[in-house]
Design a protein around this ligand. Structure first.
Ligand code: C2E
Ligand code: CA
Ligand code: CA
Length: 558
């Protein structure tokens, strides 16, 4: 009797424990999967009330469709063997369809003269998972700016290096360091310092293509990955340099906090890498950091590249790029004039060719520095300078970079320069290249037409080397075709070049354009071109470019 009573008490005790336990969903099932027991925690975790659950099938209630077969087998196994399977983390299903992550243990209780029952005990993992996610977030993100931290950016670099496409490509890692940040902290306090950093982070975010590409490395240091693109190291270097320049510009803009303006300065270290690649992310950070130190040390540049092979050439390019910004102010520019002649070798005008004398780089060819000037936009100042200078002389052809032309303000600039110099627009010819025509043709045509309305004429330079189709050529409001030097050089042999040259010349004439051949070096070339109908010439045979204007112009009145 006592025995029986003890059993009853024990049973009641366990019942209450099962019913009341908060964190554990406890369910009992028959061999066919129908519910015989469903505690209060199950109601909360799975959303079904006890009365809704009783009698219904386990598989209809909480087992996601794709797990059904597997669970059926496991359940059958448990009943057959009268024991549970090892506990496991499972994603089960809530009444509302959402996923319920649980840690699930099972057992089969089989008493004599009673049907066996399988009990499942599921611990709700949702809050645990949320806590885990938060821990994850804290360990990968910077709490002040919300940006990824060093750890995450290292993973990002590693995955960038794994490069999914089969092509090899290149990428860059930039480290941006805010200069003299500690003095802001010291003089204005940490809360202002923090806001400055948050604002820097926001500015930098505009340059990252994905949120994971920008990280805060430490106090006032940020890292930015310029993702892999299918291009060469050279191209990525140029892209990274441009981005670095823009970042510096952006950071230099006055920052207003509490009505006070702050002026920030920054330095940037850059390293390039191949993808796929094998260098550890740590090594790349180290390289970018060395480059950063170089930039900090330098008093001529705020941007520095690391690369054992490229270092010197990239460095030189960067130095040239910076020096070009001061070329006009430092009076380092000169114009060389090369005569253009008619069939009687009488001078009809000149081409203005830019010369740059820098104390360190001596005399760099425009072929070397013009592309750099185009990349850093100093071509605008250089181009204006050439136009102004040229306006002082008689019948001048001036080279115009596509970069100058594309900005949209070129017509206005020419207009202003003509106005301030008082030059006769009829004496100015602008040489454009075929590469320009790859752009929006309507825009180009419109700009050209406006230029001609000002009275200046337009020549298509290096004609024949580019890709301008004839269809486009007829649409361009042109005055002159300049046959490229390459065709003139070809005239000496017996190649097909001669035929092509002749075709170009007659094409130009048929379109009523002045045709001028450049690069004429010999009398033979001169004669053959004349026979082909060419009437204007330029080249060493008639005169080399000279900075000594008097050389060709005894008096400016010519
Ligand atoms: P380009 O417009 O085709 O200029 C002609 C180039 O050929 C000049 O080189 C000139 O010195 C050279 N040349 C002239 N006659 C002969 C010849 O008989 N034989 C040979 N072998 N070469 C001859 P330069 O001055 O070094 O200029 C190179 C290029 O730089 C120019 O090619 C032009 O594209 C660019 N450039 C020069 N000045 C300017 C400028 O003010 N603005 C812009 N945007 N580009 C310029
Ligand atoms: Ca030219
Ligand atoms: Ca040319």
């Amino acid at each position: 009797m006592t025995n029986n009573r003890d059993k009853q008490i024990s049973e009641a005790r366990f019942h209450k424990l099962f019913d009341d336990t908060q964190a554990m969903s406890i369910q009992g099932y028959r061999v066919d999967g129908s519910v015989v027991y469903w505690n209060a925690a199950s109601e909360r975790i799975y959303g079904y009330s006890t009365s809704e659950a009783l009698g219904r099938s386990l598989f209809d209630l909480i087992i996601p469709h794709e797990m059904r077969d597997e669970v059926k087998q496991a359940v059958a196994w448990m009943f057959d063997n009268e024991e549970g399977i090892p506990p496991a983390r499972l994603n089960l299903k809530h009444k509302d369809g959402s996923t319920v992550p649980v840690y699930s243990s099972h057992t089969v209780v089989s008493l004599p003269n009673d049907e066996p029952i399988m009990f499942c005990m599921d611990a709700d993992m949702r809050s645990l998972e949320m806590a885990e996610a938060e821990v994850q977030r804290l360990s990968y993100y910077d709490s002040l700016t919300g940006l990824p931290n060093r750890r995450l950016i290292l993973e990002r670099i590693t995955s960038a290096m794994r490069n999914t496409s089969s092509d090899t490509s290149a990428a860059a890692l930039l480290i941006v360091d805010i200069e003299k940040f500690h003095s802001i902290n010291d003089s204005l306090g940490y809360s202002v310092g923090d806001r400055v950093l948050v604002s820097c982070a926001e500015s930098l975010q505009q340059f990252s293509s994905s949120p994971d590409d920008l990280a805060r490395l430490g106090k006032d240091e940020f890292a930015l990955v310029l993702p892999c693109s299918t291009s060469s190291l050279d191209a990525v270097a140029a892209e990274a340099e441009l981005m670095a320049t823009q970042i510096l510009q952006k950071l230099k803009a006055p920052l207003i906090l509490d009505g006070r303006s702050h002026q920030l300065n920054a330095c940037i270290g850059i390293t390039l890498f191949h993808c796929p690649g094998t260098l550890p992310g740590e090594e790349l950070l180290r390289q970018a950091d060395i480059a950063l130190k170089m930039a900090k040390r330098s008093n001529t540049t705020d941007i520095s590249f690391f690369d054992s092979q490229m270092e010197s050439s990239v460095k030189k390019r960067l130095e040239i790029s910076q020096a070009l910004n001061h070329a006009v102010d430092n009076d380092e520019l000169a114009l060389a004039l090369q005569p253009q002649v008619d069939q009687n070798q009488n001078i009809t005008g000149f081409e203005a060719l830019l010369r740059w004398h820098h104390p360190k780089f001596k005399t760099l060819s425009p072929n070397d520095f013009i592309p750099i000037a185009e990349a850093n936009d100093s071509i605008i100042a250089l181009g204006d300078w050439v136009l102004e200078k040229s306006s002082e002389s008689f019948n001048i052809s001036v080279n115009v970079s596509p970069v100058q032309f594309r900005r949209g303000d070129f017509v206005q600039r020419v207009k202003n320069i003509l106005k301030t110099t008082g030059a006769n627009p009829k004496c100015l010819c602008l040489e454009l290249t075929e590469s320009l025509i790859a752009d929006d043709i309507d825009f180009i045509v419109e700009q050209m037409a406006s230029l001609r309305e000002l009275g200046v004429s337009i020549s298509l330079d290096d004609f024949g080397t580019g890709y301008a189709s004839l269809a486009y050529l007829t649409r361009l409001p042109l005055d002159e075709l300049k046959v490229d030097r390459a065709f003139v050089r070809d005239l000496d042999g017996h190649s097909k070049g001669a035929l092509l040259t002749e075709t170009i010349i007659s094409l130009g004439r048929s379109m009523n354009l002045t045709v001028i051949a450049e690069g004429v070096e010999t009398e033979q070339q001169f004669k053959r071109l004349q026979n082909m109908g060419c009437e204007h010439f330029q080249g060493y045979f008639f005169g080399k470019p000279s900075t000594d204007i008097e050389h060709y112009l005894p008096s400016k009145s010519l």
